[in-house]
Design a protein around this ligand. Structure first.
Ligand code: NAP
Length: 257
């Protein structure tokens, strides 16, 4: 059984790569970490507060025969991001970065405090900037790599009650397009994935009736799963995806932004 999984790893499309996945303790990040591991990549499972859940993700990745470690960081804090990348070097040189960690806030803009606005921008947008900047020397050293940033359909079109969230994700898209233009010649691709409604903890604030309505508004007739997003991210991480950069791909079940 063990030799079977080792052989699988060596023929896997991301064999011997190392991916850093932020916010991989649960939700979309966990599904991404597991999918990349199944494709043969070693994984740094980043988490913020949920160490126990992060360790469960590590175990699930290791089941594919790859190495995985859990590293705590607040990705909105510069020193934490530096520490995250240094910790990653315990198991290799990272060449895939998935900026997934994020938070949501629901409420009218007129009720939004400056503290809430700044926390959201720091966690969703500043974090993406800090992790991208920190990643570039590592990816350059490897003569290329992949950066995949989590945006949202609300980054393509702003949504009522989600002004700060929408602004942060629109910022992620603009950052993605700008960085893609800067680092394409280094063999580094930078893309954004802008999911529709995905069934994770982030949706807990919605009532059963609101969730049913969102389902009905989605042409395929269901909410998305973390695996729906992980499939797109794994595709973008492949060597074979080297001609795709500066793009926004939206797994949304047909629900238009
Ligand atoms: P989730 O289940 O709520 O998980 C959020 C993740 O982010 C957790 O791993 C959490 O870590 C981490 N995190 C939160 N604050 C952090 C901080 N300050 N520093 C570092 N990590 C932090 O979210 P999700 O639904 O999987 O969403 C993942 C990404 O997809 C987000 O960027 C989100 O905006 C985007 N997205 C989601 C949807 C959706 O419908 N769910 C749609 C479009 C886009 P701990 O667990 O350790 O605290």
């Amino acid at each position: 059984m063990k030799s079977e999984s080792r052989q699988l790893k060596q023929t896997a499309p991301l064999c011997n790569k190392l991916a850093i996945v932020t916010g991989a303790s649960r939700g979309i990040g966990r599904a991404v970490a597991i999918a990349l591991a199944e494709a043969g990549s070693h994984v740094v499972v980043h988490y913020h507060e949920q160490r126990q859940l992060a360790m469960e993700t590590v175990k699930a990745c290791e089941a594919s025969g790859v190495q995985a470690i859990a590293v705590q960081a607040d990705v909105g804090v510069e020193a934490d991001v530096k520490r995250l990348f240094i910790a990653a070097t315990q198991i290799g040189n990272p060449t895939i970065l998935v900026n997934n960690a994020g938070i949501a806030h629901y409420g009218l803009l007129m009720d939004l405090s400056l503290v809430e606005w700044e926390k959201l921008l720091q966690t969703n947008l500043t974090s993406t900037f800090l992790c991208c900047r920190e990643a570039i020397p590592y990816l350059k050293r490897a003569s290329g790599g992949r950066i995949i940033n989590l945006a949202s359909i609300h980054g393509l079109r702003g949504a009522a009650m989600e002004a700060a969230y929408s602004a942060s994700k629109a910022g992620v898209i603009a950052l993605t397009e700008s960085l893609a233009a800067e680092v394409g010649s280094l063999g580094i691709t930078v893309n954004a994935v802008a999911p529709g409604v995905i069934d994770t903890d982030m949706m807990q604030g919605f009532s059963a009736q609101e969730r049913l309505q969102m389902q009905e508004e989605t042409p395929v007739g269901r909410l998305g799963t973390p695996a729906d997003v992980a499939n797109v991210i794994t595709f973008l991480a492949l060597e074979a995806s080297s001609f795709i950069t500066g793009q926004v791909i939206s797994p949304n079940g047909g629900r238009m932004p």
